[in-house]
Design a binder for this molecule. Structure first.
Ligand code: ZN
Length: 358
């Protein structure tokens, strides 16, 4: 058992009760925050996110850390800002920043971001102000750095700057300082708009805490700050897809590349190691449940025809991930290289077809 004070795991299924109090698995393939249902969440293999971005870096031969950091900073700032009671004056925020920081660190542990400790919070008006966090097993350093800077910006109402370094193997130190410029409230990034069709997914629930029973396949290692599949050992995280949609958009703007294809290409290799998904591909109900458990959308159709496979998803998110995932599943189950095509309907359904590559 990995006890951490203040975090209670459900005795029946082992899922943190705080996570289920904060998020709801809807029957339309989405996960949403209870307090802010427009904020969509997902529960996904860590490698599906970090692996895709490192593969994109490899293919392009350049670092995209700054784009990831910037996108996370802006979206986290808006998100935390919206959660705070308003209006709160600057000094009130400073007075309570310690409390908020502890709460955010605790939440990060439930979401699998790593073992976060607050090393230093020094807030002095007119003097040096900085926040240092030490994190073991951080899930994605560039994204985490953006999140810390964005959170502090929202708490303080001021622009911040951050940097990080790996102090020792597996342990990163994130330092955030405040710049003197007032925060520009203009230019708020809109959360991506997702289709919101009614659903019919009926994930069985834990009778004690209400979590989808499928989550019992994962272990919350609270002391480590990680979530690990008991079936295949893969690390999971709870994160918002919106942050990553914004990164894909940004990459497309900055690089002018077909980012969807690059990301799908990276994702398809990762899927083949994922036994939970690969075993589900021949069974419509199981695959639909696995996708809904991850909050990736509602699988409505899955057809195998001739040399190909075709599916339709309602309320999809992270299109590049879904396309790569489908192609990877096709390849894992046929042993043949696939070629994916996709289109979206006007009401937001995603159609993906994979055929044997010619
Ligand atoms: Zn439970």
């Amino acid at each position: 058992m990995h006890d951490v004070p203040g975090i209670e795991l459900c005795a029946a299924c082992g899922v943190p009760r705080g996570l289920i109090r904060a998020n709801v698995w809807l029957n339309n393939g989405k996960i949403a925050e209870r307090k802010n249902p427009a904020h969509r969440m997902m529960f996904i293999e860590n490698d599906s996110i970090t692996g895709v971005f490192s593969r994109i870096e490899e293919i392009l031969g350049l670092s995209i850390g700054h784009i990831i950091e910037e996108s996370q900073r802006r979206l986290t700032r808006d998100y935390v800002d919206a959660l705070l009671p308003s209006p709160i004056k600057w000094f009130t925020r400073v007075f309570r920043v310690d409390l908020y920081s502890k709460r955010l660190a605790q939440l990060g542990r439930l979401m699998g971001f790593g073992d976060v400790e607050i090393l230093e919070i020094r807030l002095r008006r007119g003097g040096e102000t900085r926040c240092r966090l030490g994190v073991r097993n951080v899930w994605f350093p560039a994204a985490f750095s953006g999140m810390v800077v964005g959170s502090l910006e929202a708490l303080l109402g001021l622009e911040c700057a951050g940097n990080y370094e790996e102090g020792s193997p597996g342990y990163h130190v994130f330092t955030t300082t405040i710049s003197t410029k007032p925060r520009d409230l203009e230019g708020r990034l809109p959360l991506p708009k997702y289709a919101d069709k009614l659903g019919d997914v009926d994930l069985p629930k834990c009778a004690s805490c209400g979590a989808p029973r499928g989550l019992a396949d994962f272990e919350w290692c609270l002391a480590e700050g990680t979530i690990v599949s008991k079936v295949n050992g893969q690390r999971m995280i709870v994160a918002g897809p919106g942050e990553f949609e914004a990164i894909f958009d940004e990459l497309e703007r900055e690089l002018g590349e077909d980012v969807t294809r690059l990301a799908a290409e990276a994702q398809r290799r990762l899927v083949q190691e994922n036994s939970l998904l690969v075993e589900a591909v021949g069974d419509f109900g199981r695959l639909r449940d696995q996708l809904a458990l991850r909050g990736l959308g509602n699988l409505k159709e899955l057809e195998w025809e001739g040399e190909g496979m075709r599916l339709r998803l309602e309320n999809p998110c992270l299109k590049p991930i879904l396309i790569g995932l489908t192609q990877g599943l096709f390849e894992a189950s046929t042993g043949k290289e696939g070629e994916a095509r996709w289109e979206e309907s006007t009401d937001g359904d995603l159609f993906i077809t994979v055929r044997t590559a010619s």
